[in-house]
Design a protein around this ligand. Sequence first.
Ligand code: ZN
Length: 307
Amino acid sequence: MSQKLQKLLILTFLMGTLCLNPCFPQEEIPDLSRVKIISTHVAGNIYMLEATEDVAGNIAVSVGPDGILMVDTQFAPLGKLILAELRKICPGKTDIKYVINTHYHQDHTHGNLFFGKSALIIAHENAMGRLLDLPRYAQPTITFNQQLSLYFNGEEIKIIHYPPGHTDSDAVVFFTKSNVVHLGDLLNSGNWSFPTVDLEGGGSVTGMLRNIEDLIRIIPAGAKIIPGHYELSDLEGLKATRDMLVETISLVKRKKAAGLSLEQIKKEGLPPKYKDWGRGYTNAETWIENIYMGLEKESSLDKKFNK
Ligand SMILES: [Zn+2]
């Protein structure tokens, strides 16, 4: 066996191990029996709907004279609870016209099975390719490659695809007049959890950092940011995540280049100031492993294309 093939097999095995990470299971549905849906008015037409128990992605809804547009759908069994919360926000008006999926992960798309029966679903074309196991009505009806705008409830709703970051299907939704942005899983806010990069789903560790740097440049001052998980955020929260990414990625990169193994780097851990970041669904060890494997994948791609 050539050394090159041996390395490739090890890499494939390690990537397979990482994909068992429970952050992005595509088949299992978590226990939803104790979950409640809580809504918050964000700004203008926009509300955020959160599922308790840390089980599902945050939903954004635009509510107004044109009806309801929803960003992400959590899990189908939560559909009735979500509708009940929408009834509180806008009594007598719960017809959902559009659903936008920020990416393909099932904690953001499984509810397409509930809402897709009446709403039109919009997602990036790469998400479509990863949602083909769903029945047709729960798959996207409208896909886009780079960017798409909807004019709804008195404002332009701009959906922009970003290059590989959390996955290869990430879409960021800008509610331009309300000055609210839904970032999908490019952001876990509140220093609760390190992020997750889905390498098998086309994600990139350094790509995620680049995308966040780009977003910091274009998100308007005063904007409210709805993260994929945890509490409402803003540019300051996004900058804190950027700073954490810069430091943790370069730390793992440096130790890897110095010849330390993944186990050694995990054992040495991250600086104590990051203790709080491991309280959510991605702890420090998992994040170090994610960075390490992400860098490994990027360097093997660089070699393949002689960069
Ligand atoms: Zn995700």
